[in-house]
Design a binder for this molecule. Structure first.
Ligand code: 3SL
Length: 240
């Protein structure tokens, strides 16, 4: 069963995504925000790797039908219409609009993910759809990679846990023995935490940062499993 997990973009070998379906996972919070925006009726999310690029992309859009959002190290960016809290991307804020989003790690991981043949965004909230995307790829002979966004090149527990959930949805327990080491690590980690995912998320380094910034409620939202029936897919620089 060819499902690999890349624990951080920092360990992504240049050719590693060639010919593979990719699910980019940034549980706290870019994946959850992107899935929430699309579930709330956003027309598209355009990911940008830096704030300057995001500003330029947004400047080309009708201000009545667009929203410029994002964060740096969790904090909203001065002059942007929204930060990166999924709570800011409800229908009242994004329905019918194009969202330009730049985040510290998630949108940068999406830029690297472009090397895959198909790229989707996954989190706990849309795990069923992300797992189906990987399973359908395997049926067609397309191997899959779960690319964890991590934090500034480091591994994140929350992304690894979500990768483990996706792996567990795609492989049987018997098949798990044939996985790559990183997939096995994610799978085992998830099996040990599955009874209380929110508790596991709250124990992470990034949860502590978010709580210090007063975004503790976002952790509860990001820990919900299968609450959003959306599969954000990136094509030509747009996620729809
Ligand atoms: O790093 C990212 O892409 C963000 O999701 C981080 S934060 O949760 O908005 O701080």
């Amino acid at each position: 069963m060819d499902i690999d997990v890349v624990l951080s973009p920092a360990v992504l070998a240049p050719e590693a995504l060639k010919g593979r379906r990719v699910v980019m996972v940034d549980v706290l919070r870019a994946s959850t925000t992107i899935a929430t925006a699309l579930a709330s009726g956003a027309r598209a999310v355009i990911p940008a790797t830096d704030t300057g690029e995001a500003g330029r992309l947004a400047a080309n859009l009708d201000p009545d039908f667009s929203l410029l959002g994002g964060e740096r190290d969790g904090k909203p960016v001065a002059g942007f219409g929204a930060g990166n809290s999924p709570a800011e991307y409800g229908p009242e804020a994004v329905q019918g609009k194009t969202v330009v989003l730049t985040t510290t790690n998630g949108t940068r991981a999406l830029a690297k993910a472009k090397a895959g043949i198909e790229v989707a965004v996954g989190g706990f909230v849309n795990a069923a759809r992300a797992a189906r995307f990987l399973a359908e790829g395997l049926e067609r002979g397309e191997p899959g990679t779960i690319l964890c966004a991590g934090w500034h090149g480091r591994v994140s527990l929350e992304d690894t846990l979500c990768a483990g959930l996706l792996v567990s949805r795609v492989v049987t327990a018997a098949q798990a023995s044939g996985l790559t080491d990183s997939s096995k690590m994610a799978y085992a980690l998830y099996q040990g935490s599955r009874d209380d995912i929110e508790r596991a998320l709250r124990s992470t380094e990034h949860a502590r940062r978010l709580i210090a910034l007063d975004f503790g409620d976002d952790i509860t939202r990001c820990a919900q499993i299968d609450t959003l029936d959306v599969l954000p897919v990136q094509h030509d620089g747009r996620i729809t």
